[in-house]
Design a protein around this ligand. Structure first.
Ligand code: SAM
Length: 245
C-alpha cells in the first residue's frame, strides 16, 4: 500500500525539522519537492540520499497523475515544499485530494509554518483566526478582498511579498483603519523581527525602512459592529426604545 507523507520543512532555520520528518525522508521511496535544487540542499545538510522529483505549480497536473500512479503501485512518497507545510500557499492540496479519492493514506508530519509562528508571537487573539494567504496582486482586486474582510471578527493572517508590502499595508490602513497589526519578518532567520503597532503606523514605518525578506502579517479582527459602520451610526445596536428616546 502506498502512502503520501506531507512533510513540513524549515521556514529558515535548518534546526526546525522534526526527527520524524528526517526519519520519513530517509525511509520513503521518493521525495516530491517544489524546487528540487532547494530541497537537495536540505537533504545534503542531513546526509539524506533519495530520488527527488519536481512537483510544482507548473507541472502539478501531469506530475500529480504520475505520483498518483506510483502511490497506487505501492510507493511511499514524501511531499515537501520550499518552506513550511506543503499545501499551505504551496502545492499539495490537489495531490492530497487525488490520493484520498483513490483510498491512499495521507499522513501529515507537522512542523514549521510561517502563519502559525507569526500568529502566536503577534500578541493578537489566537483563539479564533483565519488565514487568507496572499492578497491579489492587482490593486482593484486587493481592495475588494479587503472590503470583503472588513467585518471579519477573527484575527486575520496574510502572506505578502516584500515588493507589495507597502501597497497592501496602505490599503489595509485605508479600509480597516486604526487596527493593530504584527508584521513578522524573516521568522527563524538571522534578521528575524516582529514589528507591532497600528496599520497607519506600519505604513509610516515601512515607508522609512524598505521591506526586505519574507513577511507574514497578522491583523486584528474587526471590533463588534465595525463592519456595520457603528462609528458613523451610533444609534446602531441600541434598542428601539433607546433609539427613539
Ligand atoms: N508553506 C509555507 C508555510 O507553511 O509557511 C508558506 C509558503 S508561501 C509560498 C511563502 C510565504 O510565506 C512568504 O512569501 C511569506 O509571506 C511567508 N513566509 C515564509 N517563510 C517566512 C519567514 N521565515 N518569515 C515570515 N514569513 C515567511
Amino acid at each position: 500500500q502506498g502512502v503520501l507523507f506531507l512533510c513540513a520543512t524549515p521556514i529558515g532555520n535548518l534546526e526546525d525539522i522534526t526527527l520524524r520528518v528526517l526519519r520519513v525522508l530517509r525511509e520513503v521511496d521518493l521525495i516530491a519537492a517544489e524546487d528540487t535544487r532547494h530541497t537537495r540542499k536540505l537533504l545534503a545538510h542531513y546526509d539524506i540520499h533519495k530520488p527527488v522529483v519536481s512537483y510544482r505549480e507548473q507541472n502539478r497536473r501531469q506530475m500529480g497523475r504520475h505520483l498518483l500512479n506510483l502511490l497506487m503501485a505501492g510507493h511511499r512518497i514524501a511531499l515537501v515544499s520550499d518552506a513550511g507545510m506543503p499545501g499551505i500557499s504551496d502545492p499539495g492540496e490537489e495531490l492530497v485530494s487525488l490520493s484520498i479519492s483513490q483510498g491512499i493514506p495521507v499522513v501529515p508530519l507537522p512542523g514549521p509554518n510561517a502563519a502559525l509562528a507569526a500568529l502566536v508571537a503577534s500578541g493578537l487573539p489566537t483563539s479564533s483566526f483565519c488565514f487568507e494567504g496572499f492578497l491579489p496582486a492587482a490593486a482593484g482586486a486587493r481592495r475588494r478582498k479587503l472590503q470583503e474582510l472588513k467585518g471579519e471578527r477573527r484575527t486575520i493572517i496574510f502572506y505578502e511579498a516584500p515588493h507589495r508590502l507597502l501597497e497592501s499595508l496602505s490599503d489595509m490602513a485605508d479600509i480597516f483603519g486604526e487596527r493593530q497589526i504584527a508584521v513578522a519578518r524573516e521568522l527563524t532567520k538571522k534578521y528575524e523581527e516582529i514589528w507591532r503597532g497600528t496599520l497607519p503606523q506600519a505604513v509610516e514605518h515601512f515607508r522609512l525602512h524598505s521591506p526586505r525578506g519574507e513577511f507574514t502579517l497578522v491583523v486584528a479582527g474587526a471590533r463588534e459592529g465595525e463592519a456595520e459602520g457603528t462609528r458613523d451610526e451610533p444609534w446602531r445596536g441600541l434598542s428601539l426604545q433607546e433609539h427613539v428616546a
